[in-house]
Structures are given as structure tokens and as C-alpha cells.
Design a protein. Structure first.
Lengths: 274, 305
């Protein structure tokens, strides 16, 4: 497609590096800031070279309670993701394989759910949770996050399951395999990358979720994004701790993506965007 | 031993009832977690419902809706959100596609670079908002400091009503362009080589073959990406909450933060619910319009969801 002329061997890589540097600059800046001692963080002239210190990290984690918020986020995100996959897989299987009323419209219906502003969902749940004393609880957060992740997961898995060839399935059915076993043994394996992609997206969504956690948590079930927002004090912003917290919140997701990236690429090319 | 006939019957029965059995847990969750808030909030949208004045709850029918539709503040938010989405998503698509083209192919570090570029979309919008707020800071923000080294006096970004919205848009574009990049990049991998090579053999240059071969094949994917981004963009809340809270003045008073202010500053639950459904209407109209616009230009037999 492209010949390796001078312009392509020099200009292209140069462009790539330029785009990379410019685009990642904000992140790099926050990373640098997170290691700056307090006096440098708020200084007028930006400091690029300095002696790094961990004080922001320690302060954020232990002085401003972010340690607990990370634990909460982990519990809420993992549990929600697990339940989402367990619940969405059978549903996606049913909708993709067995024809019943409203099958083809299913995808549009799921998309419509996504169109509703989350605030419309929060208020009813708040009032409901008040009855059941689920305010400020991890379980409550899991429940409300499921309203977003389950439809989305069913939609994505539906697209993937459509791609699974029917021959294997029919062979298994003839051998006396019940649909549940088919699901477990065949789909889990063939659509593996799709399932992983769905799990990753669900996890990322819940990990970064803010509105639900803001309203439905108070002290005990505070998640990381809300904890971070609390570093914005009435007359001051704790930029140092904020930078450290921002980096810490990002690391787990980077790790997840880093380890599972080949599933993502395979997953997206396999038909995620259907 | 079951005879073949009965066995078939069982299989058939299984196939008939299993779908319902399988989707039962999912359906239960969807029912309680989706239908319930939906029904509840629709009902509340037809009431005057102030959270701390329970004695004044009364039926107003479509009153909330009429009040909002005749409120100029509502239309200001609609206008701002539409502007925010149009500009933001527009840039995201264009830059995302260009980025995908630039980064496609195999070269040293291509995988690492692509992974790195995806990072912004992994961030919580709260962190993104604070990051950019830090960069934009008039006193010690690095953007104005760097501009100062070049002799340029930087704008006040978030503090100036005339630049606040574009500042928020920049942060939003920064965060979500990688998403477009990711999806388009994956789509580019799916384009069969032979067609591109045939075009090249016929003498088509890079941009010509992009316009005539690659772009049409990307259209279904672009449609999905645009729809997803438009929906999410209209719902933008976290970013604005953390960056400007709708200000200065009302220059960034987008729909979601306006709704919040009605529901949690004014405690008008009924009005907030009505507001949500008006926003839903806006989103539905937008997506229908966009789908029609983009579908009429796709001549492929692919079924687009």
C-alpha cells in the first residue's frame, strides 16, 4: 500500500511519535505531578526535573481514605462483572439461537435502554434502597450497576453468539446435549474472546462509574471515583493527592488491558460492532 | 430405554421451554432493575413531587413537561448539549479515523503505541476532568505556562464563559477519540487486502483508494460508533460536574448537570423525571436522524444493528 520512500520512512514515524507525545502529554504530566513534593505541585513555573517522592500516594491512600475506596471499587466491579456474565450468557444464547417474539428488535430495544439518562434511574433506586436499608452498601451499588451492564452485555454477547456456527451445536444436540451443556462447553470456548471483551468492558464501566456511587454511597461504600472527587475541597484542590489517586485508579485497568489485549483485538474484529 | 420418538419429543419440548428458562435470571434482573425505575420515574414525572414537601405531592399530568418546554433555561441546555455533541463527536470521528490510519500496519512498537493511545478512554471521566482542570489552571497550569514560554498569553480556559465550553469539549475529545481509534482500527483490519491491491493496480493513490474503497467499507462501523458516542455524549455528566459545574454562568450548563440541579439542588423529583424523558426524546430523535442519514449512503447488505 505504501512504498518505503524517504517521506514514508521518516515522516510517518515522526508523525506517529508526535501524535503519541501530544496525546499522552496530559497523562505524563499527571504522572509527574503525582511524584512531586507539595511545594512543587502548586508552583507557578512547571517543574520537569525534580527529586521524586511518594508523599502524595501515601497521603491519598491513608490520609484521605482512598485505600478503602479502592477496595470497595474492586469488590463492586468484580462482583458486578461476574454476575453480569453469568446472567447475560444464557440470555444472549436464547435470543441468538431460539426464535421467539421480539428477537430481531432486541438489539434496538437494548440500545434504547442505554439512551435513558442515568439520573432517571438513580432516584427511584435511592428511594427503594431507603426502604431496604441498602443505601451506602456494596450490594446496593452492585444492583444498580447491573442495570447498565446486563443489557449491554447481552447485546454484545448476542452479536458474538450469532457468529458461532450452528453445525457444532446441532451435532451436540443430536448427541443428546442439553442447551445448558451446549452453552457451557461450546459457546464458552468458541466465543471466548467475546466473553472476555464483555467482561472487560463491564469491569471498566463499573470501576469508573461515578453518578450512582455518588448518590448511593455515603461513608462505607464509597468507590474510588467518588473518593477522588472528595479531594476537591471547598476552597482548595489537593492536586498532588489527586494526581496520585488518578494514576492509582488507572493502573488496574491498564494491567487488565495489558494482559488481555489480544482478546480485545480478536473480539472487536470478530464482530463486536454488530 | 426411551424410544427415538419420545426422545425427539423431549428435545422438542426442551427447545420450546428452554429459552424462557434460560433468560429467566436475566429477565428478572432486567425487570427489577430496568422496568421498575422506568415505571417509577414515568409515574413521578406526572406529579409535582418535592422531596421535602411530601404534603404537596399532587397530580399535574403533563404539567412538568410543559413547564420545561417553555423554560428558556431548558432550551439553553439543549442548545449547549447539541453543540457539545456535534463538535465533540465530529472531532472524535475525524481524528480517530486519521489516527487509526496513521497507526495501522506493522512497525516497531506499534502494539505498545496502540495500547498507550487507548489509555485515555480507560480513565474515569472524573480523573480526566481533574487532569484537564489542572492543565487549564490559570495560575499554575502547564498549558498557559508553556504558551507563555512561546510568548503567547493563554486564555482563561475554564474561567472564561466564552472559552469554557470548548475547553470541556477538548477534554472530552481527548478522552474518547481513542475509543473511535480502537474501533476503526479493528475495522481496518477486516478490510480485505485484494480489493485495496486491485485499486492500487488500477492506479489509485492512497487517498483515492481510501475514499472509494476503505471508507465505504468502514461506514457500518462508523455508524455504530457515532450512535454510541452521540448517546453517551448527550449524557455527559461526570466531566462537567468536576470541571465547571455548569459555569461560569451557564456556559457549560449541559443537560445532565441541569437535570441534577433540578433534582438534587431543587429536590424537584417530578420535574427531574420529566426532564430525563425529554432528554431521552432528544437522544431518540438524534439517533433516528443520524441512522437515516448514514444508512442511505451505505450500499452494503450487511445488517446493521
Amino acid at each position: 500500500m505504501r512504498d518505503s520512500s524517504m517521506s514514508n520512512r521518516v515522516i510517518l514515524p515522526l508523525c506517529r511519535i508526535l501524535v503519541l507525545v501530544v496525546w499522552l502529554f496530559p497523562l505524563v504530566w499527571i504522572l509527574l505531578t503525582s511524584f512531586k513534593p507539595y511545594t512543587l505541585v502548586a508552583s507557578r513555573d512547571p517543574a520537569f526535573f525534580f527529586v521524586p517522592s511518594f508523599e502524595n500516594y501515601i497521603s491519598a491512600l491513608f490520609e484521605y481514605g482512598l485505600y478503602e475506596t479502592f477496595l470497595n471499587s474492586l469488590v463492586v466491579a468484580s462482583s458486578t462483572t461476574l454476575v453480569t456474565i453469568l446472567v447475560a450468557m444464557p440470555a444472549a444464547y436464547a435470543v441468538s439461537r431460539i426464535r421467539f417474539k421480539g428477537g430481531p428488535q432486541f438489539a434496538s430495544w437494548v440500545l434504547s435502554i442505554r439512551m435513558l439518562p442515568p439520573i432517571a434511574v438513580v432516584i427511584p433506586f435511592y428511594l427503594l434502597f431507603q426502604q431496604f436499608r441498602l443505601i451506602d452498601s456494596v450490594l446496593g451499588l452492585i444492583i444498580i450497576n447491573l442495570t447498565v451492564t446486563v443489557p449491554f452485555a447481552v447485546w454484545i454477547l448476542y452479536g458474538f453468539f450469532l457468529e458461532v456456527s450452528r453445525d457444532i451445536e446441532e451435532a451436540a444436540l443430536l448427541d443428546g446435549c442439553g442447551p445448558l451443556r451446549i452453552l457451557l462447553h461450546i459457546f464458552l470456548h468458541v466465543a471466548r474472546s467475546g466473553i472476555i471483551v464483555t467482561a472487560i468492558f463491564s469491569f471498566i464501566f463499573v470501576w469508573n462509574e461515578f453518578l450512582f456511587a455518588l448518590i448511593l454511597s455515603d461513608a462505607a461504600a464509597v468507590t474510588a471515583p467518588v473518593g477522588i472527587s472528595k479531594l476537591i475541597l471547598p476552597y482548595q484542590v489537593l492536586w498532588g493527592q489527586l494526581s496520585a489517586a488518578g494514576i492509582m485508579v488507572l493502573i488496574p485497568l491498564l494491567a487488565v488491558i495489558g494482559f488481555l489485549h489480544r482478546y480485545i483485538v480478536r473480539g472487536m474484529t470478530f464482530g463486536a460492532v454488530r | 430405554m426411551l424410544r427415538t420418538g419420545s426422545r425427539d419429543a423431549i428435545v422438542v419440548a426442551f427447545q420450546k421451554y428452554t429459552p424462557y428458562f434460560l433468560i429467566l435470571p436475566s429477565l428478572l434482573i432486567l425487570l427489577t432493575t430496568v422496568i421498575f425505575p422506568l415505571a417509577y420515574s414515568v409515574h413521578k414525572s406526572l406529579l409535582y413531587f418535592h422531596l421535602f414537601r411530601p404534603d404537596q405531592i399532587r397530580w399535574v399530568g403533563l404539567g412538568n413537561y410543559f413547564e420545561l418546554l417553555t423554560d428558556s433555561a431548558f432550551w439553553t441546555s439543549v442548545r449547549l448539549s447539541l453543540l457539545f455533541t456535534a463538535v465533540g463527536v465530529g472531532f472524535e470521528i475525524v481524528i480517530g479515523v486519521l489516527m487509526a490510519l496513521l497507526m495501522s500496519g506493522h512497525f516497531i512498537g506499534s502494539q505498545a503505541i496502540r495500547l498507550a493511545l487507548i489509555t485515555p478512554m480507560l480513565m474515569s471521566p472524573v480523573v480526566t476532568g481533574m487532569t484537564w482542570r489542572f492543565l487549564y489552571n490559570p495560575d499554575n497550569g502547564v498549558i498557559n505556562a508553556l504558551l507563555g514560554y512561546l510568548g503567547i498569553s493563554g486564555p482563561q480556559w475554564l474561567s472564561d464563559p466564552s472559552t469554557a465550553l470548548i475547553s470541556v469539549i477538548i477534554a472530552d475529545v481527548w478522552q474518547w477519540t481513542p475509543f473511535v481509534f480502537l474501533v476503526v482500527y479493528a475495522g481496518l483490519q477486516n478490510i480485505p487486502r485484494d480489493i485495496l491491491e486491485a485499486a492500487q493496480l488500477d492506479g489509485a493513490g492512497y487517498w483515492r483508494s481510501f475514499r472509494s474503497v476503505t471508507l465505504p467499507m468502514l461506514k457500518p462501523i462508523l455508524l455504530v460508533v457515532v450512535i454510541i458516542r452521540v448517546i453517551d455524549s448527550i449524557k455527559t455528566f461526570d466531566l462537567v460536574y468536576v470541571m465547571t459545574w455548569g459555569g461560569p454562568g451557564t456556559s457549560t450548563f449541559l443537560l445532565a448537570i441541569h437535570n441534577w440541579s433540578i433534582g438534587f439542588s431543587g429536590f424537584q423529583i417530578g420535574r427531574s423525571a420529566a426532564f430525563s424523558y425529554l432528554v431521552l426524546l432528544v437522544i431518540m430523535m438524534l439517533t433516528t436522524y443520524l441512522t437515516k442519514q448514514m444508512r442511505t449512503r451505505v450500499f452494503s447488505s450487511q445488517r446493521v444493528v
